[in-house]
Ligand binder design. Structure first.
Ligand code: CU
Length: 522
């Protein structure tokens, strides 16, 4: 209400000023007064003021850049984030000099060509050379920016290649954990392709660390002539860290790592995020929106299927719920009680019953039949989904692990924004969008970064002043599309940790199969 009043007052104020100006104009006309003449002194003063404004404006811009930093996002914590930051740096490198040059010329010309009585204006209509220059120069610059940008974008969204090669250098032991710098080298579609690629990687370490069924294996890859790939196993370890510790012991300073990209689904709806980890088989189970179940008919079985995951049990449960509702409606419509309901209500109930029957037939023809074609197919579909882990709240990721994210939305367009990883992707109803990135820094390391410490000290100082609780630096997933009233609540922490920490956390989480079992559905 207060805001509306303020707007009304402002509008009335503008109208009043406009009316007063009009009255002044009319009264000047009546009194026969001419337009006031502008003196030479006034003209010169305005010319000088143009220069003064330009200098003050530049000073203000430079002060802001120094005081607030360039971009202010802090260090990038993903491999692709570095490429994105480089692109932003390139853009600023072009824009900032052009900004200063153009504005300096603009204000200088306003100063130099201020009105003088004895100066004639030179009038020219057209100059092909000039037109050419200011068309071609920006076109070339834009083409460079777009081509480089598209290359990076294609790289970020390219989902082919499930196996990624990282080259690690500078191994150091910190608190018993081995830390290293690593660089993305290549992605391959299959392990075999990766093997050939690894044996051909020139100048890199031929020592390759691979995770195989919960073990970490050090291998070497060699091509025997053109076709045969010889993989020699060197050593096996129970954990990644112990493999790395042995490398440090042997004073190896560089090794190559072959990693499978892990699949994660981020499911958005108004107003929260649900994360689905692909589980041990690293394959996300199938889903269909028709099976989404919120238990809206209030039956006593509390199992919910908010992502519409497909398994023998969820299909059966869905049919049971439909059958129960249909038989309830059917019974009611045929009972003596129905006489007391209005015609409208009875028509509504009949319509609901028919709709549910049609829905069941659709689910049968699109999902259940596919599942039931043969037992093998059914067990495959089941095994894909059983080991998935579905969780709300904080997202846990492993440092150095490449991830492929799949995004879905149940209602409107949301946008999954990971500012620290420099990653963002729209979540669009009716389709799955994808993006990939590899975290390069743990949350703990991030909190110890000098830029981050300085930034959070400043934030907490400001929060303390207004009596707000202090905050700790953390990676975030935010919604970056205004998707409704509680849009700003749509965020979760992203916790990046070591392989060991992640495994310890994951061990406490329930798989989809365990959830089914807990609800006595399996
Ligand atoms: Cu949203």
């Amino acid at each position: 209400m207060g805001k509306v009043l303020l707007i009304v007052v402002l509008v009335l104020l503008v109208l009043a000023v406009a009316q007063m100006m009009r009255v002044y104009e009319l009264s000047s006309k009546v009194r026969g007064r001419k337009e006031p003449t502008i003196t030479r002194r006034e003209n010169n003063m305005n010319a000088v003021l143009m220069l003064v404004f330009c200098i003050a404006f530049f000073g203000f811009v430079i002060w802001q850049m120094v005081a607030y930093g360039m971009g202010g996002k802090g260090p990038s914590v993903s491999i692709h984030g570095e490429a994105t930051d480089w692109l932003i740096g390139l853009n600023f490198g072009i824009i900032i000099p052009v900004f200063f040059l153009c504005n300096a010329l603009l204000f200088y010309f306003a100063f130099k060509f201020a009105y003088k009585k004895d100066r004639d204006v030179y009038y020219f209509t057209h100059n092909n050379k000039l037109e050419m220059m200011w068309t071609v120069a920006p076109a070339i610059v834009l083409a460079i920016i777009i081509v480089l940008g598209l290359r990076t974008w294609n790289d970020i969204t390219d989902m082919s290649g499930d196996y990624v090669v990282h080259e690690h250098t500078g191994l150091v032991v910190n608190d018993g954990q081995v830390e290293s710098n690593f660089e993305f080298k290549a992605a391959y579609q299959t392990v075999e392709e990766a093997g050939v690629g690894l044996s051909n990687l020139s100048g890199s370490s031929k020592l390759v660390l691979v995770e195989k069924g919960g073990e970490w294996v050090l291998q070497t890859y060699e091509m025997d002539g053109e076709s045969a790939l010889i993989i020699t196993e060197q050593k096996k370890f129970n954990s990644r860290n112990s493999a790395l510790l042995s490398l440090v012991d042997e004073e190896v300073s560089m090794f190559t790592e072959l990693k499978e990209q892990k699949h994660i689904e981020i499911y958005s709806k108004q107003f929260d995020w649900t994360t689905r980890y692909a589980g041990k088989d690293n394959a996300l189970g199938d889903a269909n929106f028709k099976l989404i179940d919120y238990n809206s008919w209030g039956d006593t079985n509390t199992f919910l299927n908010p992502l519409g995951l497909i398994s023998s049990e969820t299909i059966e449960l869905h049919f049971n719920r439909i059958d129960a509702r249909v038989s309830y409606l059917n019974e009611f419509l045929g009972s003596a009680e129905a006489v007391f309901e209005t015609d409208e209500k009875l028509a509504e109930m009949t319509e609901e019953m028919e709709r549910l029957k049609r829905k069941k037939m659709r689910v049968q023809s699109t999902i259940a039949n596919d599942m039931g074609l043969n037992a093998m197919n059914q067990s495959e579909v089941n095994s894909r989904v059983y080991d998935d882990v579905i969780l709300k709240g904080d997202i846990h990721l492993v440092v150095g692990q490449p991830y492929q994210f799949q995004f879905k939305s149940q209602d409107v367009i949301h946008s999954a924004y990971f500012p620290h990883f420099r990653a963002q992707m729209n979540c669009v109803p009716g389709m799955a969008t994808q993006i990939k990135f590899t975290p390069t820094m743990t949350t703990k390391e991030f909190r110890e970064h000098p830029d981050v410490i300085a930034k959070y000290e400043a934030i907490n100082k400001a929060r303390e002043k207004v009596g707000k609780p202090l905050v700790e630096a953390s990676f975030l997933l935010l919604c970056n599309k205004i998707c409704g009233l509680s849009h700003s609540n749509m965020w979760v922490n992203v916790i990046v940790e070591t392989q060991e920490e992640y495994e310890a956390w994951m061990a406490d989480q329930k798989t989809f199969e365990q959830q089914l079992q807990a609800s006595n559905l399996k």
